[in-house]
Design a binder for this molecule. Structure first.
Ligand code: RM4
Ligand code: MN
Ligand code: MN
Length: 395
C-alpha cells in the first residue's frame, strides 16, 4: 500500500464507529441450554464496564445498545442509573431495543396478536421505550418482532399486517428531535411458517408507511442462504431507507457467529456498496453500525474485540476500492477489469495502515493482545465467578 492509500484508510477509520450489544456480555445460550462463563456480566454496571474495555482498546465503540427488559427492568425509573454508568465508564447509551418477545403474553404475537389488549400492552412498551431513548438522548429505537405463526391457516396475515402498520405509525408518532425508528426483519425463527416482518421489502413497506423517521435495519444473519445482501443494501441506500446494521456472521441461519468468520468477502461487499454510494453521491450515508452477537463458547469481551478488529479491517479494505477505475470499467463493460478493482482492494493487507491509525490515536497496535495482557479478564473472573444471574436473557 502506498502513502495515499494508508492516508485513505486512516481517514475512513476516523469516522467508523460500531455499537456493542449489552446482551453480548451476559450469559446467553442456544435452545439446548447455556454454558455459563464465570466472567460474564450479570449487572448493567458490569456490561458497561466490559463495553468500556472494548472501547478503550479499539477506540471505535463509544456506544452500548440496551435491551429495555434486560437492562432497564424498571423502565424510565432506571434511566438515571444508566446515565450515571455511561458517564462513569465513558460509553454512551446507544440504540434502545424494546423487548416484545419474552413475556408470556406474547405467545401469539405482540403487534400482530389477535387480542387487542396484548397489542395495546406491546404498543405501550414500545412507546415507553421511545420515551426512555429520549431521556437518554439515544437516537435509534430498534424494533425487532418475534411475531409470526407456525402453521398454515392459523393466522390472518393481512389483518396482522394492518395491525403492524397501525402500531408502528403510533410508535413513530412519539419520536422527537433526531430520533429514528429502525425496523428489523427476519425470515423465520422463532416462528417457522410465517414471520410478520419476514424480509427487507416488508420492513421497507412498514417503514415507509410509519413515517419519515423510520428506516430499515439489516441484520446480516436474518437472510436465506446465498441471498445477495449487498444488493439489498444498495437498494435501501438508493431509496435513503437504510438505517443501520446488526452485524454477525452465519453458516446456516441466525447463527450469530463472529462477523467475517465465515464469509469476510460478503462483509467487504456490503461496505463496498456503502462507500461506493458515498463516493458517487458525494454524501455520507447515515448508518448505525451495530454488532448483534452473543458468544456462548468464546470469551465475550475477547470475541467483541475480535469482531471490531475484523469490521475495521474489512471496512478499510473497502475504502481502498479505486472508484474512478471501477466506474469507468463498469461503463465500458470491462468485466474482468471491474472485478479486479474489487479484488485488488479485498486482497490488500490493510493491517499496517490500521496499526498506524491505532498508533496515532494512542491505541494499542494489537487490541486483543493488549486485552490478554491487561489482567481485566482475570480480575472480573475472580470478582464475578460463583455468582449466578438473577435475571435471565434469551435462550
Ligand atoms: C433477535 C434479533 C434482535 C435482537 C435479539 C436479541 O434475533 O436479532 O435484533 O435484539 O435477537
Ligand atoms: Mn438483530
Ligand atoms: Mn438475530
Amino acid at each position: 500500500m502506498n502513502g495515499r492509500q494508508t492516508e485513505r484508510v486512516m481517514q475512513r477509520l476516523d469516522s467508523f464507529r460500531i455499537e456493542l450489544p449489552s446482551w453480548g456480555f451476559s450469559n446467553t445460550g442456544t435452545r439446548f441450554g447455556k454454558y455459563l462463563q464465570p466472567a460474564a456480566a450479570l449487572t448493567i454496571e458490569e456490561k458497561f464496564s466490559d463495553a468500556a474495555q472494548v472501547h478503550r482498546l479499539t477506540g471505535a465503540c463509544p456506544t452500548l445498545a440496551l435491551h429495555v427488559l434486560w437492562d432497564l427492568p424498571n423502565g424510565a425509573a432506571d434511566v438515571a442509573q444508566i446515565a450515571t454508568l455511561a458517564a462513569r465508564h465513558g460509553v454512551a447509551p446507544g440504540s434502545i431495543n424494546p423487548n416484545l418477545f419474552e413475556d408470556q403474553r406474547y405467545k401469539f404475537g405482540s403487534f400482530g396478536n389477535p387480542d387487542a389488549s396484548v397489542r395495546q400492552h406491546a404498543l405501550q412498551h414500545a412507546r415507553d421505550s421511545v420515551d426512555i431513548a429520549r431521556r437518554l438522548t439515544s437516537r435509534d429505537v430498534v424494533l425487532w418482532f418475534a411475531d409470526g405463526s407456525n402453521y398454515p391457516g392459523t393466522a390472518n396475515i393481512r389483518r396482522r399486517k394492518a395491525w403492524f402498520e397501525e402500531h408502528l405509525a403510533a410508535v413513530h408518532g412519539d419520536l422527537t428531535g433526531d430520533q429514528r425508528m429502525l425496523v428489523e426483519y427476519k425470515p423465520f425463527e422463532p416462528a417457522f411458517y410465517h414471520t410478520d416482518i419476514a424480509d427487507w421489502g416488508m420492513a421497507l413497506s412498514f417503514a415507509r408507511a410509519a413515517g419519515p423517521r423510520a428506516r430499515v435495519l439489516v441484520d446480516t444473519g436474518h437472510h436465506y442462504q446465498s441471498q445477495n445482501i449487498e444488493q439489498i443494501v444498495a437498494w435501501l441506500l438508493a431509496g435513503e431507507m437504510l438505517g443501520g446494521f446488526h452485524f454477525n456472521d452465519r453458516r446456516y441461519a441466525d447463527d450469530d457467529l463472529t462477523l467475517g468468520s465465515i464469509d469476510p468477502f460478503q462483509v467487504f461487499r456490503i461496505f463496498h456498496e456503502i462507500l461506493f454510494f458515498e463516493w458517487e453521491s458525494g454524501t455520507r450515508a447515515d448508518i448505525a453500525y451495530m454488532i448483534d452477537q452473543s458468544h456462548n463458547l468464546k470469551g465475550k469481551i475477547e470475541a467483541m474485540i475480535q469482531t471490531v478488529m475484523r469490521a475495521q479491517e474489512l471496512y478499510a479494505k473497502a475504502a481502498l476500492v479505486d472508484y474512478d477505475r471501477l466506474a469507468s470499467a463498469q461503463a465500458r463493460c470491462q468485466l474482468v477489469e471491474a472485478e479486479s478493482v474489487l479484488q485488488d482492494a479485498f486482497s490488500s493487507d490493510v493491517r499496517p495502515a490500521i496499526a498506524e491509525w491505532r498508533r496515532t490515536h494512542g491505541l494499542p497496535p494489537d487490541p486483543l493482545a493488549a486485552f490478554n495482557e491487561s489482567g481485566y479478564l482475570e480480575r472480573i473472573t475472580a470478582d464475578r465467578g460463583g455468582r449466578t444471574s438473577a435475571t435471565s436473557s434469551y435462550a
